[in-house]
Design a protein around this ligand. Structure first.
Ligand code: ZN
Length: 253
């Protein structure tokens, strides 16, 4: 960033809608974390996913079949994500929430960057790297403790002796029902659903804009690259996500 805030013309159209809406809900995907140095695994040839098949290493069956192999990959991922910091886009959403202009943030991201930025009403529909759980006894362990264990052994274990699983939704797992239910209610009640950094193609996030539209709300999109909702959106911001959200924040005054 060179300090100059460049935004799409649509920011001018979006700001008053944001201010007038009774309920604004934000939906975020991998794109909002890219400026923090976390590559979107859907972008070919980037980062940690370049040499691995996510379906193979991040699948619940992989964890069950070979916890050591699973953790050799996931432990590294935990460590990499643990160093990352929120960027201006996360901060802009915190400020909009602080001003009463945003009711809640629903995210697909597991990287904890919304938490670290300070978002209060946060629904992590794919879980997060904050904790790990034991699927046998239900115990929950902080990730810092899990990382400490990984320095000594290949598989972090629960006090009951069973392998721990990160509290992120792996491929082949169901989404957390409570979080999904809350996200659905928020989408139903939103006058404006602001979708940020998501291609809106992956379930369940792909359905939320349709739910908002069906209940009479509007959808706005801040994402580089096409989404299935582009034609239905009241505003479509396709620039850099940090610059667009900082521009939006400036435009609401
Ligand atoms: Zn246990």
């Amino acid at each position: 960033m060179d300090g100059e805030v460049r935004t799409s013309d649509d920011v001018t159209a979006l700001a008053p809608r944001l201010c007038c809406a009774g309920s604004v809900v934000v939906l975020t995907g991998a794109g909002i974390s890219v400026p923090s140095g976390i590559p979107d695994f859907r972008t070919p040839g980037t980062g940690i996913w370049e040499h691995v098949d996510p379906m193979e290493v991040a699948h619940i069956d992989a964890w069950r079949a070979n916890p050591a192999r699973f953790w050799s990959f996931y432990g590294e991922r935990f460590q990499t994500l643990g160093d990352k910091r929120p960027n201006g886009a996360h901060d802009a959403l915190v400020e909009l929430e602080r001003r009463g202009l945003v009711d809640a943030v629903i995210t697909q991201n597991i990287d904890m960057l919304h938490r670290r930025a300070g978002t209060r009403e946060l629904i992590e529909v794919h879980g997060s790297i904050a904790t790990c759980s034991c699927l046998s006894c239900g115990a929950r362990v902080a990730s810092a403790e899990v990382l400490a264990q990984l320095e000594q052994s290949a598989v972090p274990l629960c006090a009951c002796g069973r392998p721990l699983k990160p509290d992120v939704v792996l491929f082949g797992e169901f989404l957390p029902a409570a979080a999904l239910e809350r996200a659905t209610r928020l989408a139903e009640g939103a006058d404006l659903l602001l979708c940020v950094g998501s291609s809106l193609e992956v379930y369940p996030v792909a359905q939320l804009p349709a739910i908002t539209l069906r209940h009479g709300g509007e959808v706005a999109i801040v994402t580089q690259g096409p989404t299935p909702y582009d034609e239905l959106a009241v505003a479509r911001l396709a620039g850099d996500v940090e610059q667009e959200l900082c521009g939006l924040l400036a435009a609401v005054g």
